[in-house]
Design a binder for this molecule. Structure first.
Ligand SMILES: [Zn+2]
Length: 70
């Protein structure tokens, strides 16, 4: 069982955009599934027509080396 998975929600309307856990970021939308293992930054544009806010999520997986990036 995965630990400490958390919801990534839109900063504008709080709708669920993705799930973030130690393996990275997972986006599910209908039949589309995207997984990003990171580390790095992911930008997610809210899919609600009245929102469309750009959310930037920092991905830092447990397996990624810590400390300063090269
Ligand atoms: Zn939104």
């Amino acid at each position: 069982m995965r630990t400490h998975a958390r919801d990534v929600r839109c900063q504008g309307c709080s709708i669920l955009l993705a799930k973030l856990d130690e393996t990275g970021l997972t986006v599910r939308r209908n039949d589309l599934e995207v997984h990003y293992g990171g580390p790095g930054l992911v930008s997610i544009r809210c899919y609600r027509p009245k929102c469309r806010r750009l959310n930037v999520v920092r991905i830092s997986t447990a397996t990624a080396p810590g400390g300063a990036a090269a």
